[in-house]
Write a protein that binds this ligand. Structure first.
Ligand SMILES: [Zn+2]
Length: 93
């Protein structure tokens, strides 16, 4: 990913908790997930969205519950607190 891409000048953003890159729709409220950098074509890190929900399920929470702080940022996958590798295997990623 080109470093200059993530800035207020573009409607592109990185969502830390999902490790996901997206382009915002005009008007906001939603975004289109992208797998490749629109500028240089480089493959971006794979989204952890499914794993995020899997982890939530494992710790007995629903998305509308109070989500632990580390699950609201990149902390949960950076620190591998929930043993992400095993989760990957279980959901066939
Ligand atoms: Zn790039």
């Amino acid at each position: 990913m080109c470093d200059q891409v993530i800035s207020d000048d573009f409607n592109l953003e990185f969502i830390p908790k999902f490790r996901e890159y997206g382009i915002n729709y005009v008007g906001g409220g939603s975004y289109q997930v992208i797998d490749f950098c629109p500028w240089c074509g480089k493959k971006l890190s794979s989204s952890l969205r499914e794993v995020w929900f899997e982890v939530l399920d494992r710790i007995g929470l629903e998305p509308e519950d109070d989500i632990p702080l580390e699950m609201q940022s990149e902390a949960w996958w950076v620190n591998d607190k929930y043993k992400i590798d095993k989760l990957y295997l279980n959901i066939g990623v």
